[in-house]
Design a protein around this ligand. Structure first.
Ligand SMILES: C[S@@+](CC[C@H](N)C(=O)[O-])C[C@H]1O[C@@H](n2cnc3c(N)ncnc32)[C@H](O)[C@@H]1O
Length: 213
């Protein structure tokens, strides 16, 4: 096969996001990035890969760990899903998030301006429901953090320290390179907590992988 026919990065996530009415609400948060297309596609990758695991009905919580100052992945999920989203990062810009939530009438978004270890007990004490976790280029040891949390399914996208950002402990239901992520760090895993797999998860896991975006 000639080298030129190898799959190449593509703009499908970006095109999809740009076509949606919700893009206007995303833009104030993503416009602050030096490389908005990179950030948009990284966050969208989390949504794309976790969507099959969001229960069709009933409550669900998504913890966005290492979400950056602007809580962009939590914001995207708050706009696009019915899940309860919690952004966790010690550098969160809380005044910006308060103002953004007010301006766009956002529901289903809250945050902890803290290191995840400082709030893990508090998160684990929240009412029982399916819990998903995102690590989008989070500078954290994923297995160590997952060991502190009550969770069912996690998505991790690795950048500079893949050895820490990819799990060696939990089975990956899906993994690989997401070519619709417009940055060099596009290796991902969808992890399952086999100790907690409920019936909703079993059904979702049996679905085919999402069509190439
Ligand atoms: C490269 S940034 C990624 C930010 C965001 N996910 C994005 O893609 O724009 C890594 C983030 O991990 C956060 N982080 C590092 N240690 C953390 C911890 N112990 N708990 C929560 N977040 C942490 C940093 O504050 C930083 O915002």
């Amino acid at each position: 096969m000639p080298a030129s026919s190898a799959p190449e990065p593509n703009s499908q996530y970006l095109d999809r996001l740009l076509r949606r009415g919700s893009f206007a609400a995303l833009w104030p948060l993503f416009a602050r990035a030096t490389r908005p297309a990179k950030e948009l596609t990284e966050s969208y990758s989390a949504l794309q890969h976790l969507r099959p695991f969001l229960p069709a009905s009933g409550p669900c919580r998504v913890l966005h760990v290492g979400d950056g100052a602007h809580a962009r992945t939590a914001a995207l999920f708050a706009l696009k899903t019915k899940a309860e989203n919690i952004s966790i990062d010690p550098v969160l810009n809380v005044p910006l998030l308060e103002q953004w939530s007010r301006e766009f009438g956002i529901r289903g978004l809250s945050w902890h301006k803290a290191r995840v270890a400082e709030v893990a007990a508090q998160l684990n004490a929240l009412p029982e429901m399916p819990v998903l976790v995102t690590f989008v280029h989070a500078h954290l040891p994923v297995d160590e953090v997952l060991g502190q949390l009550r969770w069912d399914v996690a998505f991790t996208l690795a950048c500079c320290v893949p050895g820490h950002q990819l799990s060696r402990r939990h089975p990956a239901l899906r993994s690989g390179e997401d070519l619709s992520v417009l940055s060099g760090g596009r290796q991902y895993q969808v992890l399952v907590n086999s100790e907690r797999a409920g019936s909703w998860l079993t059904a979702a896991a049996l679905l085919p992988a999402p069509a190439p975006a």
